[in-house]
Design a protein around this ligand. Sequence first.
Ligand code: SF4
Length: 350
Amino acid sequence: MTPLLELTGLVKRFPVRDALGRRAGAVHAVDGVTLSVAEGEVLAIVGESGCGKSTLGRLMLNLITPDAGTVRFAGDDLTKLSASALRARRRDMQLIFQDPFASLDPRMTVEQAVAEPLRLHRIVPKDQERARVADLLSRVGLRPELARRWPHEFSGGQRQRVAIARALASQPRLIVGDEPVSALDVSVQAQVVNLLSDLIRDLGLTFVLISHDLGVVRHVADRVAVMYLGRIVEEGPAAQVLGAPRHPYTRALLAAVPGHGEKAPPLEGDVPSPIAPPPGCRFHTRCPFAEARCRAETPDLDAGPHRVACHLADRLPPPAGRPARLAGGARLQRLQSFFRAPSPQPGVPQ
Ligand code: SF4
């Protein structure tokens, strides 16, 4: 498949200053990330808080400028586009934020908020705006007559639906969702996840889902990239990364998901400071398999559709609870049940 988005060698550091305003170091937010997203694909980027995944999402949309590397969207290097060409490209790329309340202007009605991108990018003539807004609201499960209301009159789930309608208004080719359901009540999360997966399927969207919640990722992702301290440590088809993880960090993340069945040593200690990441493999301070080489040499991602950055990936013992005899039909059955989508929730959309 042709990549719609190609990231090559992306690096982003944020300067840290001392009390006197002098530069005292830098946060290594993203460090040498190379990834691509095919048209119509759903890529999930997972990892703990502070691993750099939100910064990577903003780099993808050129909302922040990388210190090194390139971001190509439909063949254009976004970092080299003129301001006017970049403005025109913005129509094709949208971001859904974690907090729907913060992403909607409280001084705009829902109709004004959804109509704004229609007007900005001249999507429809002015006399058709109201009908298009009504259509977009229906698409996200909201009654069109709610358009005259203000954001504060909606529940969190409804506000996120409005934010999704606003993101869809410019008919984008790529949407980046930065933890789009994590601020919602658990009871509402499944409804919004189902809405997103229906929209992705029906509109053929290319979607990058940034999430720390593997339960959400497994319902929508075609491919998964696992980030740790600014680097991709494992990447590949979702069924392989989530069903047969190769990196000790991915194993530990999956072991923490209730009901997944992966048995791996629990993660110990906190994520090291991104201002001074550990040398060699950045995960070595928490890895139960670390050896001398891990502390000295940085592992690169290997080749193939399911890539991993670990010196010992091919020598690690199978996790307890994932015995070899499950490799046949029982294993397949477990995977199928793991990847089964949640049932749609009845009732009025939140
Ligand atoms: Fe663990 Fe070494 Fe692999 Fe890093 S390279 S994940 S420390 S075994």
